[in-house]
Design a protein around this ligand. Structure first.
Ligand SMILES: Nc1ncnc2c1ncn2[C@@H]1O[C@H](COP(=O)(O)OP(=O)(O)OP(=O)(O)O)[C@@H](O)[C@H]1O
Ligand SMILES: [Mg+2]
Length: 227
């Protein structure tokens, strides 16, 4: 693996929770994700997958070890720098989409782009419409975010995660509440993002069929990566 092509590098990450008693949830976690790679993370409930994703997304900084994103160490980065890395380089899709129901589908997709502030409103809107088109839901753009189906919401969340063209998209059970047809649609979208756009995907899933079709499965057990 060419190290300059590594989008994500995790080195000896350890994490404990201290409430009510101290339990170590992540134990010497090492992993790497290359550019354009579609990786899944599996493991039993409670083994630490969401905790790990929270750290990898730079939202949780209370851990030991090192996390490099696009070659840049984040351990000692300032909060502002971390926010910048997060907005520019990482996209997220969660099981429950967290769309803002008071806004339209289009506005939801545009929000992270407006927040990053690198492009004009018109450019962000144009890209949002292109993404909604790619995901087959351009016709839903002006609806309220609570006037569409669950599968459509999930696709809106994916479009939103892609608005700033992140290097890596992380998902915590993004197909967890979808039927197999919609889950298949989401899989195909992720595949295309990896193959055609050379973006990386790191997706936590309980769906063994989904995982089996990704490039690589990282299995976790009781806070460790199974070698
Ligand atoms: N804020 C917290 N305080 C204390 N313990 C926590 C906290 N969050 C998670 N844990 C514990 O850490 C362990 C790992 O939790 P985590 O949510 O990462 O599991 P998971 O692999 O994502 O599980 P699932 O597949 O059910 O989503 C669990 O034992 C959980 O009870
Ligand atoms: Mg979880």
């Amino acid at each position: 693996m060419n190290t300059s092509e590594l989008v994500l590098e995790v080195e000896k990450v350890n994490k404990s929770f201290h409430d009510p008693v101290t339990i170590q949830v992540l134990k010497d976690v090492d992993m790497q994700v290359a550019r354009g790679e579609f990786v899944s993370i599996t493991g039993k409930s409670g083994c630490g997958k969401s905790t790990l994703l929270y750290i990898l997304s730079t939202m949780d900084t209370d851990y030991e070890g090192e996390l490099k994103i696009d070659g840049e160490p984040t351990r000692k980065a300032s909060r502002t720098r971390l926010a910048r890395i997060r907005n520019e380089k990482i996209g997220f899709v969660f099981q429950f989409h967290y769309l803002l129901t008071e806004f339209s589908v289009l506005h939801n997709v545009m929000l992270p782009g407006l927040k990053l502030g690198l492009k004009s409103r018109e450019e962000v809107e144009h890209r949002a419409m292109v993404l909604l088109g790619d995901l087959g839901i351009a016709d839903q753009a002006l609806k309220g975010a609570n006037q569409i189906s669950g599968g459509q919401k999930q696709r809106v969340a994916i479009a939103r995660s892609m608005i700033n063209d992140p290097l890596i998209i992380m998902g915590d059970e993004p197909t967890g509440n979808l039927d197999s047809r919609n889950s298949g649609i989401v899989f195909d979208i992720f595949r295309k993002i990896a193959d055609e756009h050379k973006r990386s995907l790191l997706i936590v899933t309980h769906d063994q069929d989904f995982a089996a079709r990704t490039d690589r499965i990282i299995e976790m057990d009781d806070g460790r990566v199974v070698p």
